[in-house]
Design a protein around this ligand. Structure first.
Ligand code: N2P
Length: 388
């Protein structure tokens, strides 16, 4: 893995740096894609079943239903909310699943362990709709783009309940660096009464802390992780919960006032609060001091029972119209480049879904870690949660 190249390619995706963005190229790669109808992309009915194992809140139920109906395929879904949980299952094997979606930080390790089968691109006519930058990036974790097909990319950030936060802080003014809200004891001591939530995932949480400390968010120096854990230890007793999905409903119900989470999930919390009548109002922040960026890809487990249907599903979700509809629901940036223009403008222009230049400038990719770092992170994380 060439880390420097990967970091640069990520910059190209999120910054338009390292030789410019590929926006024009993307549009050229599928000029008619945006006007193609959903039915065109679906093909004929085929039957059988498909066992999806996917992140919670990561697909519009209408997408799954329409796919199942149009293909006559019986789709079952199971959910995970962290890369750690998915990786444990994939490395054990015999999961019975046909399709999963790990993040770029985990893809390479799982391919090397022999957990997946190669993708047959000839069964995915919509493959050409994928933003070329994403494929370039993924090739660093998956040489030749053989196993992983990008689905969405997004950010790790934080959301607040502004009314509760200003009451707890005694001012409407947020700290200049909004990450102080969750990592600086001066703030956490005040906010603990209305509820702070951290990721329940060392993979996602450590890079945020390292970046906050001014260190390399993808450091391979064990001492940096010890320091990051020490920083979190100082605020540990102010943290109400560790969660990688439960914060959605807790935020929407007003039971948490600050949550670190996946950007789309935080937007879903905001929408749920609005749908519940608007008593709770939430704001998803995209701190200028930086956010974590990832790409998730569809992958087919080695022993998947329904390989052809897995390819059909991947193809279906890469239709720009389907991707846009799905993107509106999950509030992440679709891998199908043309989908952004088809999304509802309020989402297509939302900086927590498509970060602004200012935010991108200090943001970083959540990259693969060495086995040594993964082991250390896990140990430090367990101790932190246990209050040790
Ligand atoms: C959806 C979380 C998906 C993004 N709940 C994590 N990479």
């Amino acid at each position: 893995m060439n880390k420097k190249f990967l970091a640069c390619a990520f910059a190209a995706l999120i910054l338009g740096a390292c030789g410019g963005s590929n926006t024009d190229k993307q549009a050229e790669s599928s000029p008619d894609a945006a006007s193609e109808s959903v039915a065109d992309a679906v093909g004929t009915s085929s039957g059988g079943s498909l066992n999806l194992y996917i992140w919670s809140d990561y697909v519009d139920p209408a997408t799954v239903e329409a796919f199942g109906k149009e293909h006559g395929i019986n789709v079952s879904e199971a959910f995970y909310d962290s890369n750690e949980v998915l990786e444990a299952k994939m490395l054990t094997g015999k999961s019975g699943f046909d399709l999963v979606a790990p993040s770029i930080a985990n893809v390479g390790r799982q391919i090397k362990a022999g957990a997946y089968r190669e993708i047959d691109k000839s069964q995915i006519p919509n493959y050409n709709n994928i933003a070329p930058d994403l494929l370039t990036l993924m090739a660093q974790a998956d040489p030749g783009n053989k196993y992983a097909v990008p689905y969405f990319w997004g950010i790790n950030t934080l959301a607040i309940n502004p009314a509760q936060v200003s009451k707890a802080l005694g001012t409407d003014k947020l700290p200049e660096n909004e990450w102080d809200l969750v990592f600086n004891p001066e703030y956490t001591a005040k906010l603990k009464h209305c509820g702070i939530s951290f990721f329940d995932s060392p993979t996602e949480q450590f890079p945020l802390v390292l970046n906050y400390m001014g260190k390399d968010p993808n450091s391979s120096n064990p001492a940096d992780y010890e320091e990051a854990a020490a920083l979190m230890k100082k605020v540990r007793s102010d943290v109400k919960r560790f969660s990688s999905s439960g914060y959605i409903n807790d935020m929407a119900k007003g039971e948490l006032c600050v949550a670190i989470g996946y950007g789309g999930d935080l937007n879903i919390a905001k929408r749920r609060a609005e749908e519940a009548g608007g008593r709770v109002k939430l704001e998803v922040l995209a701190p200028k001091s930086g956010v974590g960026v990832w790409i998730d890809s569809f992958m087919i487990p080695k022993d998947a029972p329904n390989v052809a249907n897995a390819h059909k599903y991947i193809n279906y979700t890469l239709n720009p119209k389907v991707a846009a509809q799905n993107g509106n629901y999950v509030t992440y940036a679709p891998a199908a480049a043309a989908a952004r223009d088809l999304m509802e403008p309020k989402y297509a222009e939302d900086v927590s879904i498509f970060p602004s230049e200012e935010v991108k400038a200090n943001s970083f990719a959540v990259l693969p870690k060495t086995a040594e770092v993964v082991k250390l992170q896990t140990k430090l994380w367990q101790n932190l949660k246990a209050g040790k």
